[in-house]
Ligand binder design. Structure first.
Ligand code: ADQ
Length: 483
């Protein structure tokens, strides 16, 4: 059996360390699930950063961490605190992330961070080199590792390399701003197949390659002097059945076994049966459009006072990248706007925004998706956005309305949602009103189409499609070289 390597910045595990115990649990994210399904046909190894600072651990604890990771098929790339600051919080999240999401005002151009980014990509390449026995295929993920494909190709020209970008690829006019643009494109071109969520991102990438490096491009192939690189779009799906089946099961549970979230929502609904719950879930990130969402909700309450007593916005924000300044500022802004809305529109019995700044266990998340009538997903820019898909998958009776930003990759596949421009408060407010008033049969009709599509193109299909295209890309390249 051939060996397959999966490479991402973070390993798909949670590590809890106490005095003399180390617990490693697999995380349940979409990527991990998708990979689990392809794992069956390979002997695979996942290489990434565990998030653990080894310098803080005793020798005994380090041994335990290594052993526990090995059991999960994982290898840790050990990052120092300085590397985390300069490569992860620095170049990855203060340069690439804002630039690729069109937030040029937040982009930092620090040579020191760039140097650290190169060093850490090389560190990943070195750990890969130590684990190459029997490996014939490698799949690298995301914007933290844009230089890695070429680093691997230089050392192992016969290994097939795939790369998938989980965030948007910006238009050439944005990308060219970056002083290190040529190195980054060349780094990515080390792959045999480059995958993006949408056709637009693929097109933007092609245009940067053509304009910066002048290579010939033929539909979705790039001709390098010695090789051919394939480029295609693979819109990432979710584990549809997991969300749908969990929602079904949760509904059937007896009162005693229900989650706290469901019990609370049902209790509230009994008191106020006219209530419509509007759900908002994301990491607290400036790209996700939390402020414009809140302002649009405020505008809705102002413009349509007849609904003030009937709507509750359930706002769930997961703490994220708290070491980066903009994220701390955003937290204060969100706190302030939520306070302003609740100050203005609360009554003794009702609070218009229920605000939770925390992560949630899967069961509670599914209950929120399943119970809330409306989801408000308004990113300013988003590679794909899985929340929109998870909400639709968790609907068990076809009821529910998704309001979705046209700036999310997901909008390309979900045209049956109410599509809005996230910068247009009035349009979002009108969409909320339309969602509240939408007849049940129309909701069912829209969601049936969406659900069918999401079930068919799930995360397993996404991963297997990418890998079969990767095999084909390699075969094409061999034929090209033989000519
Ligand atoms: P993210 O920016 O993290 O991912 P998204 O696709 O929405 O964004 O995924 C977030 C995930 O976190 C979802 O699976 C959701 O269930 C989970 N989540 C959100 N809030 C939570 C909470 N409070 N508690 C627990 N879990 C929570 C990046 C890109 C996206 C792209 C994905 C996948 O930015 O555009 O869709 O990668 O490629």
């Amino acid at each position: 059996m051939s060996r397959f390597l999966i490479i991402s910045n973070r390993l798909p595990v949670q590590i809890n360390i106490s005095e003399d115990n180390v617990e490693v649990t697999p995380s349940v994210g979409g990527l991990a699930t998708g990979m689990m399904s392809v794992n069956k046909s390979f002997d695979s190894l996942w290489i990434g950063w565990s998030g653990v600072d080894r310098e803080e651990l005793s020798e005994k604890q380090v041994k335990k961490v290594n052993k526990a990771l090995e059991k999960e098929g994982c290898v840790d790339v050990n990052l120092t605190a300085e590397e985390v600051e300069l490569y992860y919080e620095g170049f990855s999240n203060k340069t690439i992330w804002p630039l690729f999401h069109y937030f040029t005002q937040f982009v930092e151009y620090e040579e020191e961070q760039w140097q650290a980014y190169k060093r850490v990509n090389q560190k990943f390449a070195d750990v890969i080199a130590e684990n190459m026995e029997g490996v014939d295929k490698i799949w690298v993920h995301d914007y933290h590792l844009l230089l890695l494909p070429q680093m691997i190709k230089n050392k192992f020209p016969d290994v097939t390399i795939g790369f998938f970008l989980h965030i948007p690829f910006p238009s050439y006019e944005l990308f060219r701003i970056l002083p290190w643009r040529d190195e980054i494109i060349n780094g990515m071109l080390g792959a045999d197949l480059l995958g993006f969520h949408t056709f637009d991102y693929e097109r933007h990438f092609m245009s940067s390659v053509r304009r910066l490096l002048g290579y010939d491009i033929n539909i979705n192939e790039i001709s390098l002097p010695q090789r051919i690189v394939k480029v295609d779009n693979f819109p990432m799906g979710i584990d549809y059945d997991k969300f749908h089946d969990s929602a079904m099961e949760s509904q059937k549970r007896s009162v005693r076994d229900k989650s706290e979230v469901r019990k609370e929502l049902e209790r509230y609904y009994l008191l106020y049966p006219e209530t419509k719950f509007i759900l908002s879930i994301d990491r607290l990130d400036y790209t996700k459009g939390l402020i414009n969402r809140l302002e649009a909700f405020e505008y809705f309450l102002e413009e349509y006072p007849q609904y003030r007593d009937n709507v509750t916005l359930v706002l769930l924000a997961v703490p994220s990248r708290i070491g980066v300044d903009q994220y701390q500022q955003m937290k204060s802004e969100v706190d302030e706007v939520v306070g302003r809305i609740n100050g203005e529109y609360s009554t003794i019995n009702r609070t218009p925004v229920w605000y939770f700044y925390r992560s949630m266990p899967f069961e509670n998340l599914v209950d929120l998706y399943n119970y809330c009538e409306i989801a408000l997903v308004t990113p300013i820019r988003d590679g794909m956005n899985l929340v929109a898909k998870e909400f639709i998958a968790s609907k068990t009776d076809g009821r529910g309305v998704l309001i979705l930003s046209e700036m999310a990759g997901a909008s390309k596949e979900m045209s049956e949602a109410l599509i809005i421009n996230p910068n247009d408060k009035a349009e979002i407010a009108t969409a909320i009103k339309t969602a509240i008033e939408m007849p049940l049969d129309e909701q069912v009709e829209r969601n049936t189409v969406l659900q069918k599509r999401l079930k068919r193109y799930n995360v397993e299909k996404w991963a297997t499609d990418f890998l079969s295209s990767l095999d084909k890309a390699r075969q094409n390249e061999e034929q090209y070289l033989a000519k």
